[in-house]
Design a protein around this ligand. Structure first.
Ligand code: ATP
Ligand code: MG
Length: 364
C-alpha cells in the first residue's frame, strides 16, 4: 500500500497570529493544502500546550481560540481540505503522552534548546511547571497520533521534531513498528525561518509584544513599520548604513518580490540594488520603510478583507472546529488503539491472553 502523506501542524492560542507565523508556517500550509499532494491535513489549535505556561490564565487561551481560527480561515486554510481542530478535545493525545514519557529521560528534556530559551523568557528558571517542561513529549503525541509524515513549522520547532523522531524510533524498537517518523518542513527562504520582532529582538513572538498581527489595521501596520528598529548608526541620509541585523531589510528579504520594485520603487530593479545604495549611504530609512509598508499592505490587505467576512458568522467557525475535532479524534483513537496493542495493554481484546491464563488456572 502506498504510504499516505499526512500533515500535522498548529499554533498555540496565546494571541492573534502574526506575520512571523505567516511566513514561518501558515503561508506554506496553505500552499501545501492547495497542492493536492497530501492525503490528509490536520491543523491543530494547541490550547492544552498553551495552558502549560498559562495555567493561571485560562481565559486568555479560551478567547484566542476564535482569533486563531479566524486567522487560519482568512489566510486560506479551507475546512473542506484541511481538518481544523482543538487539541484539548482529543483526550487520546494525553494518553499517548503518558506512555511516551517512559521513553524520554529528564536530562534529554533539559537539553532542548528551544525549551531552555523559553524557560528563560518566561522567568521559569526556579519553578518550571512539569507540564511545560514535558511539552516536547506532548508534541510528539500530537504528531504521531495523526501519523504525520510532514510537519511545516518555523525553525524553533527543530528540537521538537528531533525529540519526536527519537520517541518514534524508541517506541518502534521496543514495541514493534507502529509509529511514523515525521519530516520537518522549514521555509525555503532563510529570512522566514525566524522572523525578528519589530523591536529587532531575535524572534517575533506573541509573548514579547513585538508583533505585526495579521488582523492589524492598515494604519497599525504602517505605524509599526515606521517605528521599526533599523541601524542605530544610520542617522543622516548620507551616512552609510548596515543591512545585516537591520529589521527593515530582514522583512524585505522575507516579503518583497522583484515585481514589487516595478510597482512601488521603480528606481531600483531589485533588493540587491536597494541594499547596495543603503550600504553606500544616501538612502534614508523612511523611504525604505515606506516601500516595506506598500509590500506588506499588498500581502495583508486580502487577508484582512477575508477576515472581515468570516467575522460575520462566529457560530459557524465553532461549528467548523467541532466537526474538525470529531474527525481528528477518530484518527487519534485509531492510533492509540494500535499503540496499546503494541504495548500489550489491550487486555480485553486479547483473546490469546485470556485463553492462556484460563489454561494456566485449569479452566476449560
Ligand atoms: P508563544 O510566544 O505563545 O510561544 P509564538 O509566537 O512563538 O507564541 P507559536 O504558536 O509557538 O507562536 O508558534 C506557531 C508556529 O509559528 C510554529 O511553527 C513556529 O515555528 C512558527 N513561528 C512562530 N514565531 C515565528 C517567527 N517569528 N518566525 C517564523 N516562524 C515562527
Ligand atoms: Mg512559541
Amino acid at each position: 500500500m502506498k504510504k499516505e502523506k499526512i500533515i500535522l501542524t498548529g499554533d498555540r492560542p496565546t494571541g492573534k497570529l502574526h506575520v512571523g507565523h505567516y511566513v514561518g508556517s501558515l503561508k506554506r500550509r496553505v500552499e501545501l493544502q492547495n497542492s493536492g499532494e497530501f492525503d490528509k491535513i490536520f491543523i491543530m489549535i494547541a490550547d492544552a500546550q498553551a495552558l502549560t505556561d498559562n495555567a493561571d490564565n485560562p481565559e486568555k487561551v479560551r478567547q484566542n481560540i476564535i482569533e486563531v481560527a479566524l486567522d487560519y480561515l482568512s489566510c486560506g486554510l479551507d475546512p473542506a481540505k484541511s481538518d481544523l481542530f482543538i487539541q484539548s478535545q482529543i483526550p487520546e493525545l494525553c494518553e499517548l503522552s503518558f506512555y511516551y514519557m517512559n521513553l524520554v529521560t529528564v536530562s534529554r528534556l533539559q537539553r532542548n534548546p528551544t525549551v531552555k530559551s523559553e524557560i528563560q523568557m518566561r522567568n521559569f528558571e526556579t519553578s518550571i511547571p512539569v507540564g511545560f517542561f514535558t511539552y516536547p513529549i506532548s508534541q510528539a503525541a500530537d504528531i504521531t497520533a495523526f501519523k504525520a509524515t510532514t510537519v511545516p513549522v518555523g525553525e524553533d520547532q527543530l528540537p521538537m521534531l528531533e525529540q519526536t523522531k527519537e520517541i518514534v524510533r524508541k517506541f518502534n524498537s521496543v514495541y514493534g513498528d507502529t509509529l511514523i517518523e515525521p519530516e520537518i518542513l522549514l521555509p525555503d527562504n532563510k529570512a522566514c525561518l525566524r522572523l525578528p520582532g519589530t523591536d529587532g529582538k531575535a524572534k517575533m513572538s506573541k509573548s514579547l509584544n513585538n508583533c505585526i498581527y495579521l488582523s492589524d489595521t492598515e494604519k497599525d501596520v504602517k505605524t509599526k513599520i515606521m517605528g521599526m528598529y533599523t541601524d542605530p548608526n544610520h542617522i543622516r541620509i548620507e551616512d552609510p548604513g548596515q543591512v545585516e541585523g537591520n529589521t527593515v531589510f530582514y522583512y524585505l528579504d522575507a516579503f518583497s518580490k522583484p515585481e514589487h520594485f516595478a510597482e512601488y520603487l521603480p528606481e531600483y530593479n531589485n533588493l540587491t540594488e536597494l541594499k547596495e545604495h543603503y550600504t553606500r549611504g544616501g538612502l534614508g530609512d523612511v523611504k525604505v520603510k515606506k516601500f516595506l509598508n506598500s509590500v506588506m499592505q499588498e500581502e495583508l490587505g486580502p487577508i484582512r478583507a477575508r477576515r472581515a467576512e468570516f467575522e460575520k458568522d462566529i457560530p459557524e467557525i465553532y461549528n467548523i472546529l467541532k466537526k474538525g475535532s470529531d474527525v481528528a479524534r477518530e484518527k487519534a483513537a485509531a492510533t492509540l488503539s494500535e499503540v496499546k496493542s503494541a504495548m500489550k495493554i489491550n487486555y480485553f481484546e486479547d483473546v490469546e491472553l485470556i485463553k492462556a491464563q484460563s489454561e494456566k488456572y485449569g479452566n476449560n
